[in-house]
Design a protein around this ligand. Structure first.
Ligand code: CTP
Ligand code: MG
Length: 599
């Protein structure tokens, strides 16, 4: 559904079209496929569900019984001056009240018990699935929108389960029960009372139609608010650095205001609708009083029936209100369900072939054979051929955007090559289970990412069972020990989200230590661009010598000094390998490498 950000003109810039915030869904009120598939999540709790529906039936029946008991008390016990019968009926009534209390309590408890379990299971499954989706998926999604899938779309499904079901089953039965009881008590008075129903129907239809659209707007806009908030927060540094708080605030304000207005509009519809229904209820009450009273005066009806009718009429309009609101809940839940299922149905781009093997301990030979690759449509790598023998170190160099990280991404199988093959020890990488491959591969990414937790936790990340000594050893090998021990809390220093309280160079050292500890056969090191001072660079270089011993390594270097000892240097330009050889050979050739080196 497309809509523009409005009149503020703040929709320009990197956080532009709101279209990115909303998925296309069908927006039906009832979508059998969605319902059936969501029911699978309820199935484990079928017993509790059955009990809950039974309790619901009992409580609806009890609601029906109570006015009937009042009628008996008035018409039989009181009218006949029969005290015995009166106390009996009163006892029945008390019994019915207690029963109603207990059954609705139990039923509500059970439903939220089931609902919360379904909710948690669904969220778990979504989280698992999001983890299995390849980077290609996450690249093209906005984190905030994915967040709102997992949080709000799942919540609205739960709402349908917890409230919608009660309304649908309980209220429908109640309505039918009331109609039948009223008709059997006094068909005349019942039909007179029902004369307001056509008006009621009209109001309800009018409301449901408008409300559906209005509530759909609120949902689309809340996703935009979450999306904008998430991006505004993760980009806070840049926003502050460029003093763009005002622009960012204006943009958020716009999105927020749209959400507010959509919500107010939706709610005001309810505010008009609910009192209208109540008003019609009053009219019905007046009809009962007037005509019921008339019939009583004429002697054709008992007072008990009139009193029971009054009670039924007051009960009658509440289910109608609830049922009409159910319409919007259902629609929201169907849309939410559709989006959740769409997410769960997304097939990862990188899939193990069915006959993929558990990778045996590898020697570490890597071969790229005629590999071409594109992230989206634009080709990024062209016909790459590269062999790295086990234990060798190959350096990838080249101007920015040449495709160095992309090659690393393919070897780590974060993405799948469109053409050609990546071989590890002569196995096509597609024939190896991703997990077993990556557990033998270490990666130090270009933007070193640290989790919140201690430094030790972060180093231990790839090998949680490592003891403190091993962690320390790894830090030592990575040349990170010195700076860690200089911290007041040493290895127990708490790292903030994303590692912001360490310098970039320190983050990279911690990431190297993490890779050392995992002891991979293949190591990929994507050097952060010019992020480290000469001192740290020397540290990293020394660490590398240790780290690379006996492993296959791909080193992506921006400072050519780091890689002079590589077995092979591979020079990339615009997605193609343009030169290959050792440092001296390449220098002598006076090609791109020479130029890069000179600069
Ligand atoms: N690219 C892309 N989608 C991505 C990542 C990269 O389309 N998710 C494109 C980039 O625009 C670039 C090309 O792929 O044109 C190669 O990117 P990359 O391999 O990351 O380049 P590097 O050689 O690693 O560049 P740098 O030295 O800046 O790290
Ligand atoms: Mg790169």
């Amino acid at each position: 559904m497309g809509f523009s950000i409005g009149t503020t003109g703040a929709g320009l810039g990197p956080r532009g079209a709101l279209d990115r915030f909303s998925d296309k869904v069908e927006g039906k009120v009832f979508n059998l496929e969605v319902v059936l598939r969501l029911l699978i999540y309820v199935r484990p709790y079928w017993f509790q569900m059955t009990v809950s529906v039974l309790l619901l039936l009992i409580s609806s029946a009890l609601v029906l019984t109570i006015p009937y008991l009042v009628k008996i008390a008035i018409d039989q016990s009181i009218a006949q001056h029969d005290l015995d019968s009166l106390s009996r009926v009163t006892m029945w009534m008390l019994g019915a009240f207690s029963g109603l209390y207990l059954t609705s309590l139990g039923q509500q408890y059970l439903l939220s018990w089931i609902g919360q379990r379904v909710l948690a299971n669904l969220r778990n499954e979504m989280f698992r699935h999001l983890q299995s989706l390849s980077l290609g998926y996450h690249d093209t999604r906005i984190v905030g929108v994915t967040l709102s899938r997992v949080i709000s779309d799942v919540a609205v499904i739960n709402e349908l389960l917890a409230e919608g079901l009660v309304t649908l089953v309980g209220d429908t039965l109640l309505l039918i029960g009331i109609v039948v009881t009223m008709l059997s008590m006094s068909p005349r008075l019942a039909l007179l009372t029902f004369s307001v129903l056509p008006l009621m129907l009209l109001v309800t239809i009018l409301f449901a139609r408008r409300a559906t659209a209005a509530f759909r707007q609120t949902r689309a806009r809340i996703a935009a608010v979450v999306g904008d908030l998430a991006e505004g927060l993760s980009g806070i540094r840049v926003i502050q650095a460029f003093a763009q708080e005002d622009a960012s605030r204006t943009q958020f304000d716009a999105v927020n205001r749209e959400n507010r207005d959509a919500y107010i509009e939706a709610m005001s519809l309810s505010y008009i609708f609910l009192p209208s229904v109540e008003f019609l209820g009053m009219v019905a009450t007046a009809i009962v009083l007037l005509f019921g009273g008339l019939f009583v005066i004429r002697g054709s009806l008992t007072i008990g029936v009139v009193v029971a009718f009054l009670a039924y009429v007051s009960r009658f309009f509440q289910p109608i209100q609830e049922l009409s609101q159910l319409y919007t809940t259902m629609q929201a839940a169907m849309a939410g369900g559709e989006r959740v299922l769409n997410l769960l149905d997304t097939v990862p781009d990188v899939l193990d072939s069915p006959d993929a093997i558990e990778c045996p301990p590898i020697a570490g030979r890597i071969e790229l054979k005629n590999v071409s690759f594109a992230y989206l449509s634009e080709p990024v790598l062209h016909n790459i051929n590269l062999v790295i023998e086990a234990g060798q170190t190959v350096a990838l160099v080249g101007p920015t955007g040449a495709g160095k990280t992309s090659i690393a991404n393919l070897v780590a199988r974060f993405y799948e090559a469109a053409e050609g093959a990546v071989l590890i020890d002569d196995h096509n990488i597609k024939q190896i289970r991703q997990h077993s491959l990556r557990s033998q591969m270490g990666l130090v990414p270009q933007d070193p990412f640290l989790f919140s937790g201690t430094i030790a936790d972060n180093i231990r990340f790839g090998r949680p069972e490592a003891n403190d000594n091993q962690v320390k050893e790894a830090a030592d090998l990575a040349n990170a020990l010195e700076f860690i021990e200089a911290k007041p809390n040493g290895f127990q220093t708490e790292i903030l989200e994303g590692g912001v309280n360490l310098s970039l160079g320190q983050r990279q050292l911690v990431c190297i230590a993490r890779a050392v500890l995992a002891d991979p056969r293949i190591l990929i090191l994507d050097e952060a661009t010019a992020s480290v001072d000469t001192m740290t660079e020397v540290l990293i270089q020394e660490a590398l010598v240790q780290l690379l011993r006996g492993r296959t390594a791909i080193i992506i270097a921006h400072r050519l000094s780091t890689i002079q000892h590589a077995d092979q240097i591979c020079v990339l330009d615009s997605g193609s390998i343009v030169e290959m050889g050792k440092h001296e050979e390449l220098l002598a050739r006076k090609g791109l490498y020479y130029t890069l080196h000179a600069s």
